[in-house]
Write a protein that binds this ligand. Sequence first.
Ligand code: G3P
Ligand code: MG
Length: 244
Amino acid sequence: MANNTLIFAHRGSAGTHPENTMEAFIAAFQAGANGIELDVQLSKDLVPIIIHDESLERTTNGTGLVKDFTLEELQKLDAGSWFDPSFSTATIPTLEELLEWILTTPLILNIELKNGLVRYEGIEKIVLELIEKFDLLDRVIISSFNHYSLVEVRKLNSRVETAILFMEGIYEPWNYARSIGAQGLHCFLPVAVPELIMGASKAQMPVRPFTVNEDAHIVSLIKGGCSAIITDWPEKAVKIRGSI
Ligand code: G3P
Ligand code: MG
């Protein structure tokens, strides 16, 4: 049976490559993903960069908070060896570098604004200006757990698509999402129950659960009609989708 579920690579192909590096994004593209998800924060000198944690320890050889270092300092870090020594040349990408590369691909881009534990004043405007500069508004989805940020994004540019990130069972989240001007639901996998998927479908709102890594979950969400799944294993997910 043909299906239309898109495969978004979570932090790139994070199962096979160091997350949120160009290596992981290129691997996701080569694996046949339709889109990539990535996490954006700001350096001390207010440059948008791609990294998940607010602190450097887990995915780089640095220590301390991302926000306390300039771009120049951050770019000297090794962002690959923690995953495997063969990736020792991987670095923290800038959003600009990623957007330049995205233009050479047809990928959909899901930019997650990390603006919770550490508040990055003005991140919405800085990121939007970059998307506009590269003329990528039509294939970008901005998501965040910080829904105030999503409202701000839409105030700045009402053309950009936004999606709420959420972990809990919000009742009829499509109504809530619409009330803040958002167009999509990016929910934690356990929250993606059939009532939610069917209700969202009736309300014509896309559902893109994260992080969908197990075969059985990939199958059931594709069969259930999710608009997309966000996975660390895009190559596997693309294969499974092809077999359904
Ligand atoms: O955007 C989906 C997912 O990435 C949200 O959680 O912590 O992996 O950024 P996290
Ligand atoms: Mg994320």
